[in-house]
Write a protein that binds this ligand. Structure first.
Ligand code: C2E
Ligand code: MG
Ligand code: MG
Ligand code: MG
Length: 284
């Protein structure tokens, strides 16, 4: 069966493939199976305070090593899970893994937060808030230690639903972050209406910030906008000392990127926490 699929191509990155190709169908099938057997993994990328360099939290990122084809990008997995109709289940399993890990960090004395990404369809999941509540109770974690990251396009796709779901979550105390900020099409007017806590500046503006004057202007404008609205501003994609220094000087609140740490597995993250013991700060 496997050999047959191999011959069938399994060309993941060919955009000319049509939706009903064999490769896609079998990927969908494999995703459903992996979900049933809990084979998806979560990696954590540290997020640090720009001023103190203290560790404040981690973003949980999906990792899946396909039994025959190796690692498949999370975007690809999410896209297929949406097509296969199992995205709600996949997201909830990521949220549970993140909450469970965060609760362990807290038990070992590290009161940091954890973030999970939501996809477009997640906002139409009627069970989302209830499930989040259930997990927070089960692992005894306070709501404000969980951040849900959504992109502007997810939010704008259905504003009425987004507003309703985000308000419910925010009322509980869960933090909402706008991911990849600056690349979508959100109307700035909605920023003040939506219960948002954080802007996460897209890495495309950060990666070459020390060489690109326009990137610098855009980032500076986003930091000001966020701060004027009382929001926490995070820069993702910090790859060099130079961009880290620049971002810090510009007054950004938090930073995330390969220069600080790549996303790492749960065990490595626990070690990372222990090495940062002296630095961990419950207030950021
Ligand atoms: P994102 O949420 O914007 O996550 C940040 C991505 O940037 C991650 O890629 C991370 O590994 C990468 N990154 C971090 N630091 C750097 C850096 O310094 N330089 C560069 N070039 N990249 C950096 P990853 O893990 O491949 O995830 C890609 C995207 O897939 C995520 O973007 C997110 O949109 C989506 N994703 C990942 N996990 C999940 C999930 O569990 N659920 C959903 N719905 N989406 C997910
Ligand atoms: Mg994210
Ligand atoms: Mg992002
Ligand atoms: Mg992204």
């Amino acid at each position: 069966y496997t050999a047959k699929r191999e011959r069938a191509g399994y060309v993941f990155y060919d955009s000319s493939q049509n939706t009903y190709s064999k490769a896609r169908l079998s990927l969908n099938h494999d995703i459903i199976e992996a979900l049933e057997h809990d084979q998806f993994d979560i990696y954590f990328q540290p997020k640090i305070d720009a001023v103190t360099q203290n560790l404040c939290g981690a973003e949980g990122l999906l990792r899946w090593k396909h039994k025959d084809y190796g690692f498949i990008s999370p975007e690809k997995v999410i896209e297929s899970a949406e097509r296969a109709g199992v995205i709600h289940k996949l997201t909830l399993s990521m949220i549970e893994k993140a909450i469970s890990a965060c609760s362990q960090w807290h038990k070992s004395g590290h009161k940091i937060s954890v973030a999970v990404n939501l996809s477009v369809r997640d906002l139409s999941n009627k069970d989302l808030t209830t499930k989040v509540k259930e997990f927070m109770d089960k692992y005894a974690l306070e709501y404000h230690f969980l951040t849900l990251e959504i992109t502007e396009s997810i939010m704008m796709e259905n504003l009425a639903i987004s507003l309703e779901v985000l308000q419910k979550l925010n009322k509980l105390g869960v933090h909402i972050s706008i991911d990849d900020f600056g690349t979508g099409f959100s109307s700035l007017a909605y920023l003040k209406k939506l219960p948002v806590n954080e802007l996460k500046i897209d890495k495309s503006f950060i990666i070459e910030i020390n060489q690109d004057a326009n990137d610098k202007k855009i980032v500076s404008a986003i930091i000001n906008l966020g701060h004027n609205l009382g929001l926490n501003v995070v820069a993702e994609g910090i790859e060099t000392q130079k961009s880290m220094d620049m971002i810090k000087a510009m007054g950004c609140d938090q930073m995330q990127g390969y220069f600080i740490s790549k996303p790492i597995c749960k065990t490595s993250f626990q070690k990372y926490l222990e090495n940062h013991e002296k630095n961990s700060n419950p207030n950021c």
